[in-house]
Design a protein around this ligand. Sequence first.
Ligand SMILES: [Zn+2]
Length: 356
Amino acid sequence: MKAARIPRFGTPDVFSIDDIPKPTLKQDEALVDIKACGVNRMDTELRAGVYGGEPVEDFIFGKNIVFPHLPGVEPAGIVDTINGSPSGLVLGANVVPHSHLSCGTCSYCLTGYDNVCPEIRVLGVQTPGCGGYAEYFAWPTAGLISFKDTLSFEQASALLVNYGPVWFGLIERGGLKEGETLVVTGAAGGCGHAALDIARMSGVRAIAITRSPEKEILLRNAGADEVIIDRAGENWAEEVLELTSGRGAECVVELVGAATWPRSVEAAALHGRIVVIGSHSGLSADLNLGQVFGKNLSIEGITRANRSAMERVIRLAEKNKLVPHIGHTIELDDVAEAHRLMEADEHTGKIVLTLS
Ligand SMILES: [Zn+2]
């Protein structure tokens, strides 16, 4: 089968389109014929060997990468073959994998927080030889979630690592409610679009932060009620305070990291919640603890979605209540171009690799 792999860390040109054997199925696994795979910021940073400006080996998911590495954390496809228990799946079903494997027996797994499992293994990162940048992948049948054809493969792939964790962070951990205000940093990316869409569906006022003035209309179309341009030398948190009559936002979703963090804390309302899902601009940021206790802030860190959040966003998207915006579809053969597009920040919405 065709697979886009990296023999070492490097620039987008490091990708090699290889012909490798199809995966061999273990007991109770299915072979999935991949039709689309989202490109995630995690993919580009793992490829480069740098996360948030620091060596990827220092990051929790960057340890023990095995070369040649087969990336791809967001595949969607069709069940081709099943070996053993189908776990309710049928051949030919449209499926996405839950984004990771977990032990199933620890206290976190047993209480519904499989995304916190200490034995977590993320697809396309910690599963050597198994990733979405290929024609097929093998995955436990119990870890696959089927979806109706009201949802395209491209849209389904956008749900995995964008909508799932953002839903888990905003709704389940952040307690975001109708009538509240949400600030979205890095709003033009995949998770940013997911946050705007979830806010729109939930009756939440969304304020999008972006460095790109040309993306304002697209962000408004994606669900932003207000768009603030993050210009050098200006403080966008002050604009958030102006837009909220000095109150600030009840919830801030931090998708950028060190570059926006101080403003995110400043923009949060008293008793506000800051949900941290990404820190690509830098892992280490200054934190004014006086603001944290003085404003009674809660800071929620999110890694992946739990299974119930994943199921929830898929069912909502099937009904068209959540509508992932696919900005770019690119053939797997042109994966290097897809990575360059993401690294140049020239994309809007989700970049998805397709396999014909
Ligand atoms: Zn576990």
